[in-house]
Ligand binder design. Structure first.
Ligand code: PEP
Length: 259
């Protein structure tokens, strides 16, 4: 049995998919399919241009507490001459409580390195957002037996020690790069092994934070594999990419996460 304070959490990452029409239909289907009591925290991360519209729909649907909003990215500064970027305080102003940080697509396609990710994480905390810190190894790193070493190195590089002393809002998503968008999923035991290592890494710095931190798994999560993942003692939720684009499929994942 998991501690009750680690409420299961399901994140929908739409990446650069969707449209205004899809947003409206998705939210209606999602909200109408939810039961009255929803013990799972659900966070929708649509493209940033749809955040304020999503907020308006959720207000109209009058069940806004049932789904939170998050952003897929935010910059490392609050304001300034950074053409094309969006600051964490702007995202917070849109009603978001979460932002993804260090997603492997940002690392690989947009060349974000640990230094930039660390600054983004720090800025997100300062804007009262919870960054969902993504870590994960490549196929080569796994084959070389370096998975845990890579994960701990990524954590040390982006999660400030000061933050770990002060604030228990830590959320980490273990997302093996080889499992994202590939249809391959880590087995529940492979994922649990890494989640244990992440919790031990946190516990070595702050036991309370380690106990309260929610650790998510991401990588080709589907309605058919989510339950076995969530049964692992250290997996507190999932980060869902492609399967979150279909409201019914996403709802099935959320329902499977009810303990
Ligand atoms: C993701 O975008 O973080 C992700 C896990 O994608 P997918 O579910 O499509 O593998």
């Amino acid at each position: 049995m998991k501690p009750v304070h680690r409420k299961p959490c399901v994140i929908a990452n739409w990446k650069m998919h969707g449209s205004r029409q899809m947003l409206e239909i998705w939210l209606k289907q999602y909200v109408s399919g939810l039961p009255e009591e929803n013990p799972v925290e659900v966070v929708l991360c649509p493209p940033a241009v749809y955040l304020s519209e999503a907020r308006l729909y959720l207000n109209q649907l009058a069940k806004k507490g049932r789904i939170q909003l998050g952003a897929q990215n935010s910059y490392a500064e609050m304001t300034g001459a950074f053409t094309g970027e969006i600051s964490p305080s702007m995202i917070r102003e849109m009603g978001c409580h979460y932002v993804l940080a260090g997603h492997s697509e940002r690392r690989q396609i947009f060349s974000e390195d640990d230094t930039l990710i660390a600054r983004k994480v720090w800025a997100a905390y300062h804007a009262d957002l919870t960054p969902i810190i993504c870590v994960g190894e490549t196929t080569e790193e796994r084959n070389q037996g370096k998975t845990l070493e890579v994960i701990c190195r990524q954590l040390a590089a982006v999660l400030p020690e000061e933050q770990l002393r002060l604030d228990p809002r830590v959320m980490v998503a273990y997302e093996p790069v080889w499992a994202i968008g590939t249809g391959l999923t880590a087995t529940p035991l492979q994922a649990e092994e890494v989640h244990v290592a992440i919790r031990e890494w946190l516990a070595a710095r702050n036991r309370k934070v380690a106990n309260e931190a929610r650790l998510l798994y991401g990588g080709s999560v589907k309605p058919g594999n989510v339950k076995a993942l969530l049964m692992q003692p250290n997996i507190d939720g999932v980060l869902v990419g492609s399967a979150s684009l279909n409201a019914q499929e996403f709802l099935s994942i959320c329902m499977a996460c009810r303990q």
